[in-house]
Design a protein around this ligand. Structure first.
Ligand code: NAD
Ligand code: ZN
Length: 259
């Protein structure tokens, strides 16, 4: 049996042995749906644009038009994207009773489109816009319609404040209610499976350590190495869509054999 098969079986067994499993997903889950991540060599967005000039709250406020052009391009790609084999495999795992919830750094809504439940969007969503003046949340179409009709600085109908996509930009804190929910899930889990994240963005990068500190096991599926690889029970450096469906099938067959 080759090394990869051994790892696939090992992760399937970890899943079978655990009662409370949480998935922590990053932009690597979206790449197979055609959405670029930030840090993959050659294709990551940060090889094309400078993160200090785009996607920081400071740059958005100081040059809204330039940032919006970049974000709308990314947004259009997100809106037309469909869930891939990885998203679907997670939903299948959940239907088997083997996934409590998903903590995602992604803003693309693809876990929900794949019908996964209990999805916590740590970094917000591309499908909404929020007023920086009064915090009112609108569907993103409100902002897009304004920009498409030539308004360079989209604004709130109620207070005229600046509208921004309801995603967390660099320089912005994460929402406390979302962090509390994520903390509770990580503290209660027996197995944390990291999928498609470089684990370089905080506070999310703390979650694997937090999980280990409460006695949970850690598994990682990511093409590139991460700083947490040495702490994980199993690390698979392959594409999620190539391996996760195989793992979920082993779990499914094992569960069905028992009934
Ligand atoms: N889809 C989205 O919503 C989206 C897209 C780009 C960026 N983001 C934001 O970018 C931030 C970046 O942090 P991050 O850790 O999520 O992403 P990242 O770009 O830092 O890391 C992505 C990781 O996924 C791996 N990867 C890429 N494709 C993969 C695949 N098919 N299978 C397995 N691994 C794969 C890469 O090797 C890389 O290490 C997040 O805060 C997120 O909000 C989101
Ligand atoms: Zn407002």
């Amino acid at each position: 049996m080759n090394d990869l098969n051994t790892k696939i079986k090992k992760l399937a067994q970890l899943i079978l042995d655990a009662n409370n499993i949480v998935a922590l997903t990053g932009a690597g889950v979206g790449t197979e749906s055609g959405i670029a991540d930030f840090r993959s060599p050659g294709t990551g967005l940060w090889e094309k644009v400078n993160p200090d000039e785009f996607a920081s709250i400071h740059s958005y406020v100081s040059d809204t038009k330039k940032n919006l052009d970049f974000m709308l391009e990314m947004g259009m790609n997100i809106f037309k994207a469909k869930p891939n084999k990885g998203h679907k495999a997670l939903t299948k795992l959940q239907k088997l009773g083997k996934l409590t919830g998903i903590l995602t750094q992604n803003i693309d809504g693809l876990h929900q489109k794949a019908h996964s439940k209990n999805v916590v969007e740590l970094h917000g969503t591309a499908y909404e816009t929020i007023c920086m003046g009064c915090d009112k949340v609108y569907p993103i179409t409100i902002m897009i319609d304004q920009v498409m009709s030539g308004k360079n600085v989209p604004s709130c109908d109620i207070c005229n404040g600046l509208l921004k996509p309801n995603a967390i930009f660099f320089g912005e804190p994460l929402r406390s209610e979302v962090l509390n929910q994520a903390d509770k899930m990580v503290e209660a889990c027996e197995l944390l499976i990291v999928l498609g994240s470089s684990l370089l963005v905080y506070p999310v990068a703390f979650y694997p350590r937090k999980a280990l500190s409460v006695g949970a096991k850690l598994a990682i599926i990511n093409i590139q190495e991460t700083d947490m690889d040495s702490k994980a029970e199993v690390v698979i450096h392959e594409k999620i869509g190539d391996v996760l469906p195989l793992i979920v099938n082993i779990v499914k067959n094992d569960i069905e054999e028992k009934y």
